[in-house]
Design a protein. Structure first.
Length: 741
């Protein structure tokens, strides 16, 4: 039949299924009847069926029928067997050779009755229905228009009569041959009538057809343009979807994938055509698939998008990403739920940046806390030193009034001893606060440590092995050697306490090291440059992270009461910071600890300092005049008493202003006005009191006075030999006071 239609040997088909393939050589007027396409099975099958339920079953259809193309296009997963005749198909179902037949109800009903097949029934209708209507050869559009007008004149009752006459399988027991022939005669008569009408109206409609044809051509042209535009739009949309760097996918309400983009294909390691029709349970384990499905349902229930984070591993290359996923329900034009749209954005870099930022904030907080504690410790040490000065000084003055055999003499000695031990604590606090007075020297760290090794071995005892690994050709550093002594002594005492029993080992090593920008990330206070490394390691009990966060804070200790002051590591911290260095600690419980101290390399011309033999001069006293300035009354009084006991003439002032007045009164009364002016001019050029004070030497203003007054000894009565002043005072500091004087 199809071949004869294509050869224009047949003009009209009375009942044809419209398919895209047939539209190339047939015109389909508007159908006048909807005949359902059905699923026919044996009577023993009890449930109703749909095409989705036929997956995995054997289905028979008629080859060449247009409905076969429609079903295969929409349900490619069906196992379809094609036969050449409807009788053969129905017999296969009846004899149990196949599970079901899918096809037109009208022809199936006719053959079931004519062949007297009694064990078949309709188990369900399929989509779309088999539309009944004419098909006209493509070069006869006028005939198509006439047939459409003719069928439009049929009433609903006439259409129902036609339907009931042909189809009995569902509504009636069957369809007889006589009824079929009668119905065919009626249909033939209707067709003949339509043809007669066509012949009568043919001439009249030609003109109208011509006009409508032109209009149709224009409409077709516009439609093609619209279809081309739509095709381009869809292609652009598809390209856009494929190239989006995020993961994009669409699921139906049941969680079945409908579409996805290229990045999602990389995630699951499949192409889109293999992903469509599957669920998350086909790609991942049940636990994760349950989470994905729960999020889909949550978005549908809420009716709005939801946001969640999830970590996934790509199948294509195995790398892992942290994704921020937005899932939102999608609705059709009529408000029906289409499915769930998912978009996942890679936030791995952002998460790592947030973690690094948090780590940096923690380090900044720790540095700020240590700085604040340092300022507090420095302030406390300053005030405490003032009080200790009074205690020690008064004890010394009182002790001088008694003989060693006097009972109170030893009590005063004990007060001095305790006071000096307390002063040692304040020195440690000042070291932590980086306010300790130091005398830095250019030295070789290896030589300094080697001079201490004997003392250090005695310090930790014979049960602990001390290993020394110096680095050859070590860079020089500039630091107070006494501070190196403090660092090593404190670290080795801590190592000794951390090692329990015999078999312990402490290792001291040095090295040259250079920090670049990247390596400085190990600490907040690390600065790029060249450093000398001093590392002290032990195999003791180690520390936990919570302990390591607090070890440099003053008075923090894990030792038993009375075993330690908690100032050892804080002293080391202050010394390192005072010398522009850095310190890093690594420790694990039961494995030991390593302290790494980085001191900046000295880049100037090295002038090595050799140690000199220490000696102590006897205090003989004197008769010179000393100007003493101190804003603390108790310290001023004690110092004045000590100096006067040694024979000095003391001018005591409690403020800078009082000191200036005293100098004017003491010196100005004995010097002539013209000499004073000369002295003022000459002193401005030659007397730098600050430099003399820093060097620890006396300021001998008298020499200038003597020179300006002609060398007359009588005119030197008003000279001041030495200025001793506090540094920090309310009105002005000691340096400014010395310059003023």
């Amino acid at each position: 039949v199809i071949a004869r239609i294509q050869n224009h040997e047949v003009d009209v088909l009375g009942n044809a299924v419209k398919t895209p393939q047939r539209e190339t050589y047939l015109i389909f007027p508007k159908p006048y009847l909807k005949v359902p396409s059905v699923i026919i099975v044996r009577s023993s099958v009890k449930e109703n069926l749909t095409l989705d339920m036929l997956k995995g079953m054997n289905v028979v259809m008629i080859s060449g029928y247009g409905y076969v193309d429609l079903i295969q296009n929409k349900y490619p997963q069906l196992n379809i067997e094609l036969v050449s005749e409807l009788k053969t198909a129905l017999r296969k179902v009846s004899f149990g050779m196949t599970d079901a037949f899918v096809g037109d109800l009208a022809t199936a009903s006719f053959y079931i009755e004519s062949e007297a097949i009694s064990n078949l029934k309709v188990a369900g209708e399929t989509e779309p229905p088999n539309i009944s209507g004419f098909a006209v050869r493509s070069d006869w559009p006028e005939l198509s228009s006439i047939l459409a007008k003719g069928t439009a004149m049929l009433t609903q009752e006439e259409k129902r009569d036609i339907y009931n006459k042909w189809i009995h399988l569902v509504s009636e027991p069957g369809l007889t041959i006589r009824e079929f022939k009668k119905m065919m005669m009626i249909v033939t008569g209707v067709i003949l009538l339509i043809i007669v009408v066509f012949l009568l109206w043919n001439r009249m409609l030609k003109r109208m057809v011509r006009i409508q044809t032109e209009a149709l051509r224009e409409e077709i042209k516009e439609r093609k343009l619209a279809e081309n535009a739509l095709g381009k739009s869809e292609a652009h949309l598809r390209t856009l979807l494929k190239t989006i760097p995020d993961l994009v996918w669409l699921k139906d309400p049941e969680g079945i994938y409908l579409a996805c983009n290229a990045r999602f294909e990389r995630l699951v390691g499949m192409k889109e055509k293999n992903i469509i029709g599957k669920t998350d349970y086909d790609f991942t384990d049940k636990e994760r698939a349950d989470i994905f499905r729960q999020n889909d349902k949550l978005a549908i229930e809420n009716g709005q998008h939801i946001l969640n984070e999830e970590t996934v591993t790509y199948v294509d290359d195995g790398h892992t990403e942290i994704l921020e996923t937005i899932k939102t329900p999608v609705y059709g034009s009529m408000g029906e739920l289409v499915g769930v749209l998912g978009i996942s954005h890679d936030i791995t870099g952002r998460k790592y940046a947030e973690e690094e930022r948090q780590l940096l904030q923690d380090k900044l907080f720790q540095a700020g806390k240590m700085d604040a504690i340092g300022r507090l410790a420095g302030g406390v040490a300053h005030d405490f030193n003032n009080m200790l000065s009074i205690i020690i000084g008064r004890a010394e003055l009182a002790r001088m009034k008694f003989k060693p055999s006097d009972p109170i003499y030893n009590d005063l000695c004990d007060i001095e001893t305790v006071g000096r031990r307390s002063a040692d604590l304040t020195r440690q606090l000042l070291a932590f606060a980086r306010k300790q007075t130091i005398m830095p020297q250019v030295l070789n760290l290896n030589e300094t440590i080697e001079n201490m090794l004997k003392m250090l071995r005695r310090l930790i005892g014979e049960d602990i092995t001390l290993a020394w690994h110096p680095f050859s050709d070590l860079w020089p550093i500039k630091i107070d050697p006494a501070q190196i002594d403090q660092i090593l002594a404190n670290l080795l005492i801590n190592a000794q306490d951390a090692i329990s029993g015999s078999g312990g080992k402490v290792t001291i090593e040095t090295h040259n090291i250079t920090f670049d920008e990247e390596s400085c990330s190990i600490g907040i206070d690390f600065v790029p440059g060249e450093y000398v490394l001093l590392a002290v390691s032990d195999n003791g009990c180690g520390m936990e992270k919570n302990t390591m966060h607090n070890i440099f804070e003053p008075f923090f200790t894990t030792k038993a009461f009375g075993k330690g002051t908690g100032l050892g590591l804080s002293t080391i911290y202050g010394i390192v910071k005072q010398n522009m260095g850095s310190i890093n600690v690594y420790s694990e419980p039961n494995k030991g600890s390593t302290f790494r101290i980085y001191l900046p390399r000295y880049t100037g011309q090295a002038v090595w300092t050799t140690s000199t033999k220490s000696f102590e001069d006897s205090i003989t006293g004197g008769t010179e005049t000393v100007l003493l300035v101190e804003d603390e009354p108790e310290i001023l009084e004690v110092t004045q008493l000590m100096l006067e006991r040694l024979g000095y003439n003391v001018l005591a002032a409690q403020s800078p202003a009082m000191a200036i007045d005293m100098v004017r009164e003491h010196v100005g009364d004995y010097i002539k006005k013209d000499a004073g002016e000369h002295i003022q001019e000459d002193a401005g050029k030659h007397i730098d009191a600050g430099k003399h004070i820093d060097a620890g030497k006396h300021i001998d203003a008298g020499e200038h006075i003597q020179e300006d007054t002609g060398g007359d000894p009588d005119k030197n009565i008003g000279k001041i030999d030495l200025l001793i002043t506090d540094v920090i005072m309310p009105e002005m500091n000691g340096r400014d006071l010395s310059k003023k004087l």
